[in-house]
Design a protein around this ligand. Structure first.
Ligand code: IMP
Length: 194
């Protein structure tokens, strides 16, 4: 029988991306599948802390082995902001457009445009906790470019490329992204157990 593992997300893009990498040796289910409808607290001040909070919540309240991720955009010239606060950089209730507007505004006149996306995955399996991370370095562009992806994709250009994540499209992004790198580490770990 396949091992059941909960991915603590309801984001269908993420679920698709992650299940492609993890393959079909395990039964991957999401929050909807386990009937978890509440907002899981993300109150830690690090990516590691938030990923662990979410994974522990599922284990404690639903009893399943699970993993959870948290991602942030860390901009060197802004002391690694927005970081763990990336989703609500422009304030609660604001969307990706407002977040990008704020970031471009903060970056006006800054010569150092270096930034990185960092994903942390927390896994709880058979009573033990594990962390995996994935990083992609790049720069913040001067203006938005491209239509695909989500979040800060239109203003992030990965090193070695001349287009933003939003111009590169999901197929390329999903092979090089922070999240893909972290999920590959998770996949390697899981396959080393079998
Ligand atoms: P989450 O932890 O995956 O929910 O990510 C937190 C926030 O980081 C999101 O709301 C986005 O603003 C941003 N973010 C995460 N992953 C990406 C990405 O792959 N591209 C662009 N922005 C992202």
């Amino acid at each position: 029988m396949k091992k059941k593992l909960v991915f603590a997300t309801n984001n269908s893009h993420k679920l698709q991306e992650v299940s492609k990498i993890l393959g079909d040796n395990l039964e991957l289910v999401n929050l909807h599948d386990i009937n978890c409808q509440e907002d899981i607290p993300e109150t830690a001040d690090t990516l590691e802390g938030n990923a662990l909070l979410k994974a522990r919540y599922i284990k404690e309240h639903y009893g399943f082995d699970c993993f959870a991720d948290d991602t942030g955009l860390e901009v060197e010239a802004l002391n690694n902001a927005p970081g763990v606060y990336s989703a609500r950089y422009a304030g609660p209730g604001h969307d990706a457009q407002a977040n990008m507007r704020k970031l471009l505004c903060e970056m006006e006149g800054k010569e150092n445009r270096k930034a990185r996306f960092r994903t942390v995955i927390a896994l709880i399996l058979d009573g033990k906790e594990y962390l995996f991370d994935g990083i992609i370095n790049g720069v913040i562009t001067a203006e938005k470019k491209g239509e695909s992806g989500f979040g800060y994709d239109p203003i992030f250009m990965p090193d070695g490329y001349t287009q933003t994540f939003a111009e590169l499209g999901d197929d390329i992004k999903n092979t090089i992204s922070h999240r893909a790198l972290a999920v590959h580490k998770l996949a390697e770990f899981l396959s080393s157990l079998s």
